[in-house]
Design a protein around this ligand. Structure first.
Ligand SMILES: CC(C)(COP(=O)(O)OP(=O)(O)OC[C@H]1O[C@@H](n2cnc3c(N)ncnc32)[C@H](O)[C@@H]1OP(=O)(O)O)[C@@H](O)C(=O)NCCC(=O)NCCS
Length: 165
């Protein structure tokens, strides 16, 4: 069956509950409270994006401009529903959010990745490759800092890059 083209748009307050459900279905992502996703849909909406198909949230990227570093986008979570994976949707969402007005002047992307998340490493290595940008990693949060039952989070910094044509 042919996959419908998703609409990529900023989230609104009405998306919070569906975003929560999507993240719940996307391990190994940490599931945050609906309240947190509602904040992303309101205060941080300009730097977040949903992919909507037939009224359903099928993908989500959250992030913000890093405090004290106006040229750096910190990507918090990116999730694509199982049915849409492997079709370039995560890349399209990241490119689209960086293309929005709120991200003008962004030259670096930072995110954190656990060592065993192969799909996430592949996604961000592909992003760095296509933007012809360097990729550096260092430990950001250790297992102890994360409460003892969580893989360490590696901080990945990609850049500098120019706007994507
Ligand atoms: C990670 C995730 C967002 C990728 O979404 P996606 O739409 O399938 O990714 P894309 O199709 O845009 O792929 C981007 C690149 O990553 C590669 N990739 C994606 N998933 C992969 C996997 N499971 N194994 C190996 N490579 C993978 C693709 O081949 C592509 O590389 P290419 O340009 O060299 O071909 C999705 O698997 C997901 O939601 N996972 C659960 C949540 C998560 O771990 N999020 C990331 C941490 S915040």
């Amino acid at each position: 069956m042919e996959t419908k083209m998703p609409v990529l748009r900023h989230p609104t307050v009405d998306d919070g509950a569906q975003i929560h459900q999507l993240i719940e279905q996307c391990p190994p992502l940490d599931l945050n409270s609906t309240y947190l996703y509602l904040l992303q849909c309101t205060h941080f909406a300009d730097t977040c994006l949903v992919a909507e198909i037939d009224g359903e949230v099928a993908g989500f990227v959250s992030g913000y401009i890093k405090p004290g570093a106006s040229d750096t986008y910190f990507l918090w979570q990116v999730a694509v529903g199982q049915a849409l994976r492997g079709q370039g949707m995560a890349r399209k969402m990241i490119d689209a959010v960086l293309d929005r007005r709120a991200c003008q002047g962004i030259k670096h992307l930072e995110t954190t990745i656990t060592p065993d998340n192969e799909a996430s490493w592949a996604l961000f290595k592909a992003f760095a490759r296509d933007r012809k940008a360097g990729l550096e990693g260092e430990t950001f949060f250790t297992t102890d800092q994360l409460g003892g039952e969580h893989s360490p989070e590696q901080l990945v910094r990609i850049g500098p890059f120019e706007a994507f044509a």
